[in-house]
Design a protein around this ligand. Structure first.
Ligand SMILES: Cc1ncc(COP(=O)(O)O)c(C=O)c1O
Length: 359
């Protein structure tokens, strides 16, 4: 229950599209920013799901969602800059911010505030050196989503600082439960000149190893992102691009099935985790992670990770791997079978009762 990748196969029609492109000899270089046909398919998907019309010229295809993150942080980071990012959050943000020479400024997400952004903390973290703010909903490692009301508060704050760029990591945009609504930062025209959207195929279509993602950029920066592509890897793998077109334009039934399967597991896990003394798990409505607090067990996150693995045989990720405010939590991925999940949680419960973790 450690790794963040769907335990499903890439749907067959998507695999077939890649194979067909190879067999048809369509395997040369493409445009640095990706094939026009794929960028058009992405623009159509954005129109359907985010209700916004995007010029395919603003879309840059990259080998995995991570590459958009890399491009954005390198473009707007660097010495003397400060970048605000969620903590606990996807560990690559802090790592690349440090690599760029910028100062990472964490925004603490806390269970006592239901893992929502603390807007006072956000505003007080902004100063004249702030160059970029990173937002991630649905989030990793929490699985949290943002309400329309909170999104509007966030946008009203962002509007006050026109020089700051925003990276909205929306890689889990399709993976939502309990009728949670997906709201994209792309839907706010007042921010359109400085928002970059990160999304892709890895999670939605079980395509983590194919390596493909996209960024939606303001036009002037799309050109620079394309240049970075050309200078480093030329273009994203061509047969993967064909597969990505089929993923967006073909039947979506596999996505729906995967999400309903995740939802079943999510409900089982939340219930069973809350039955383990010392664990406190909130009702996360997105992605495929749960991030229970283990503070009342009296154990540190690393200690819990080690016990789970070495004593009980379960892989999970220590909360502080996602930043220092993740201490006191542990991340479980439910990209695993319902049967394994039930067995794993039963084992943790039995172990905790035997040892008496509860402080
Ligand atoms: C929040 C977040 N953003 C981006 C990514 C990167 O996705 P990809 O595998 O497409 O590079 C991940 C992967 O785990 C993630 O959790």
């Amino acid at each position: 229950m450690g790794i963040g990748q769907p335990d499903f196969k890439t749907p067959e029609h998507i695999v077939d599209a890649a194979v067909a492109s190879l067999k048809n000899g369509e395997h040369g270089y493409t445009q640095g920013k990706g094939m026009l046909k794929l960028r058009e398919a992405v623009a159509e998907d954005i129109h359907n799901r985010r209700k916004v019309i995007i010029d395919p010229e603003n879309i840059v295809i990259v080998p995995g969602g991570k590459v958009t993150m890399w491009h954005v942080i390198l473009m707007f980071g660097g010495k003397g800059k400060e970048i605000i990012y969620p903590n606990p959050g996807f560990p690559i943000y802090e790592s690349v911010i440090n690599y760029s020479g910028a100062k990472p400024i964490p925004i603490k997400l806390d269970i006592s505030n239901n893992f929502k952004i603390n807007f006072d903390q956000l505003e007080s973290s902004i100063n004249e050196n702030t160059s970029l703010i990173i937002i991630n909903f649905p989030s990793n490692p929490i699985g949290g989503v943002i309400s329309k009301k909170d999104m509007e508060i966030l946008v009203s704050i962002l509007e006050k600082y026109p020089n700051i760029k925003i990276l909205s990591d929306e890689i889990y945009s399709r993976i939502l439960y309990d009728n949670a609504e997906f709201i994209s930062l792309l839907e706010y025209p007042q921010l359109k000149d400085r928002v970059i959207i990160l999304d892709g195929w890895s999670k939605t279509y079980a395509m983590t190893g194919w390596r493909i993602g996209y960024g939606v950029w303001p036009k002037e920066y799309a050109h620079i992102a394309e240049q970075l592509n050309i200078n480093s890897f030329s273009c994203t793998n061509t047969s993967t691009q064909f597969a990505a077109i089929e993923a967006l334009q073909g039947p979506q039934v596999s996505v729906e099935l995967m999400i309903s399967e995740f939802d079943k597991r999510r409900k089982i896990m939340i219930k069973q985790l809350n039955e383990i003394k010392g664990f406190e798990c909130s009702n996360s409505k997105g992605a495929f992670y749960l991030f229970p607090s283990i503070k009342k067990t009296g154990l540190k996150s690393n200690e819990m990770e080690n016990i789970l693995l070495n004593e009980i045989g379960i892989a999970a990720v220590s909360g502080n791997s996602f930043g220092r405010f993740g201490e006191g939590y542990i991340r479980f991925s439910y990209a695993n079978s319902e049967e394994n999940i039930r067995i794993a949680l039963q084992k943790i419960k039995e172990y905790s009762e035997k040892i008496g973790w509860y402080a």
